[in-house]
Every structure is written in structure tokens, then in C-alpha cells.
Design a protein around this ligand. Structure first.
Ligand code: BTN
Length: 265
């Protein structure tokens, strides 16, 4: 009975990443409301090991950016949250975590699909050939001004065949079903290396990699601001996560939610 259960358990439930911090503890669910919400409950209820991952094959109420939902076909993709505590107060500027995660996913995508255009759409989307393949939702908790812990929610489209027109997946790009456990393990191991580098002296590296890989960097883009369309060049993203653009009226900064980049394929 037990062996039958083990045989039918997803390969993802059995992965044992070779890491120091990230993914030493992985909690696996077949179905849950949202891995980010579960992470919040875990933190409320008891001490959680730094680097704990909550993985779900299906989310009933997956959360996206700006109160949108994250819809992902069950058992086809990767939907998970990572809990990072900031117990040495090494992270002063939480947006560096968005940069770390985006750059790590970018590295994974470039390894799997080197012949494609892989970019970061400010502030949190990973794009392949201008279509979204992955989204990040980071929820931070502070004590006073100090970051206490972060819940890093990640959705990556892997084997989903049907996506929205402006989205894509590994399967759609590579035309072959992917081993999700391999990709997941590879991501966790890469993130563990990158996170430890960030905690030593890697912040500038992740700042630069993030900025250099922004979709539309240095070229004229169309943006929507308060229902008006403007043309501007992207210059980068500052420490707080605001986008810096050059308009005909000079250099301006915008926070997430106050400007929308219009993407043409
Ligand atoms: C976005 O692009 O809007 C962010 C999407 C983040 C989705 C992930 S899936 C795992 C984690 N749990 C959630 O409820 N949301 C994040």
C-alpha cells in the first residue's frame, strides 16, 4: 500500500536539492488555496526554517500581482513559495530580492532555451520572445523599518499547452514535454548559490544583471500613465524598484502600479 502510494507520488515530492539554505525543507501539496497564503499561516503559527519551500500541484486561489489571480493548469507547471527570513538583517532593501529571483529565473530560461529572446519586464515578469512565461509575487513583513521575512511566490509555465495569447510555456517554445522535477531542482540549486552570493557581496551583480536585461532598455517604448500614452526610453530600475525612464520632459521615476509598459510582439 505504502509503495503504491510512493509510486504515484509526483517526482517533485521526492527531489532532494543539493543546497545550503534554499529548499532544505520542502512542503508538498497536491492542492492548496495559495502557497503564499499557506506560507503566511506557517509564519504566524510557528518558527519556520529559513529557505523553506511550499510547492503545490494545484492552487485554488493562486495570487498574482495587484490583486489579480494566478491561473495555472494543475500538475503541468511550477507554483511554489520560498520563505526567507532576514535574521542577520543583511537585506536592507527588499527589492533586491525581486532582482535576485528574476535574474535566477532568467539564467534558467537561458539554459533551457538559448535561442530565444529572454528578458525581464519590469517589475516582475519573465518574458520569452515578448510573452510571459513566469511571474513573481513577493510579500514582505517588516518589524519597524527592518525586513523580518519575505514570502517569494513564483509561477513558471512549464508543460501547459494552452496559455493566454500574451503568455507562453516551456512546452510551447520547445515543443516537447519537460521534466518539471529537473527544472525545479536546478532552479533551487541555482537560487541557493545566488542567494548566498547576494548575502556576501553580490548585490551589485544582481542590480546590474536585472537592469541590463530589462525588456525595452535604452529604446523608445510606449507607456500608459493615467490613461495617456507616452513614449520614453527605459534607463533602469532603482533600489526601491521604481522604473527610471527618459521622456521628452526629462528623466522621471515611476512606482509599480502607476505606469504600464505596452508590449508589441
Ligand atoms: C504575477 O505575475 O502576477 C505574479 C504571479 C505569482 C504566482 C505565484 S504561484 C505560487 C505563489 N502562490 C501564489 O498564490 N502566487 C504565487
Amino acid at each position: 500500500m505504502i509503495s503504491l502510494f510512493l509510486c504515484t507520488l509526483s517526482l517533485i515530492a521526492k527531489i532532494a536539492p543539493n543546497t545550503h539554505i534554499i529548499g532544505q525543507n520542502i512542503i508538498y501539496f497536491n492542492q492548496i488555496d495559495s502557497t503564499n497564503s499557506f506560507a503566511q499561516e506557517l509564519i504566524k503559527d510557528r518558527m519556520v526554517e529559513n529557505g523553506t519551500i511550499i510547492f503545490a500541484e494545484e492552487q485554488i486561489r493562486g495570487k498574482g500581482q495587484r490583486l489579480k489571480s494566478w491561473i495555472s493548469e494543475p500538475k503541468k507547471n511550477l507554483t511554489f513559495s520560498i520563505i526567507l527570513t532576514n535574521n542577520n538583517n543583511k537585506i536592507n532593501n527588499p527589492f533586491i530580492l525581486n532582482k535576485l529571483i528574476a535574474v535566477t529565473i532568467l539564467e534558467i530560461l537561458r539554459k533551457y532555451m538559448p535561442n530565444n529572446d529572454i528578458e525581464i519586464k519590469w517589475p516582475n515578469d519573465l518574458m520569452v520572445n515578448r510573452k510571459k512565461i513566469s511571474g513573481i509575487l513577493i510579500e514582505n513583513n517588516f518589524i519597524g523599518h527592518l525586513l523580518n521575512f519575505s514570502i517569494i511566490g513564483i509561477g513558471i509555465n512549464i508543460n501547459q499547452e494552452n496559455t493566454l495569447v500574451n503568455a507562453t510555456s516551456f512546452y510551447k517554445l520547445l515543443k516537447i514535454e519537460q521534466n518539471r522535477a529537473h527544472i525545479f531542482k536546478y532552479f533551487i540549486e541555482k537560487l541557493d548559490i545566488n542567494y548566498r552570493y547576494l548575502l556576501t557581496d553580490g548585490a551589485t551583480f544582481f542590480e546590474n544583471q536585472f537592469n541590463q536585461n530589462l525588456l525595452g532598455l535604452g529604446i523608445l517604448n510606449l507607456f500608459k500613465v493615467n490613461d495617456n500614452l507616452i513614449e520614453a526610453k527605459i534607463l533602469g530600475c532603482d533600489n526601491n524598484g521604481s522604473i527610471i525612464i527618459e521622456t521628452k520632459n526629462g528623466i522621471q521615476k515611476f512606482q509599480h502600479g502607476t505606469i504600464q509598459q505596452i508590449i508589441n510582439e
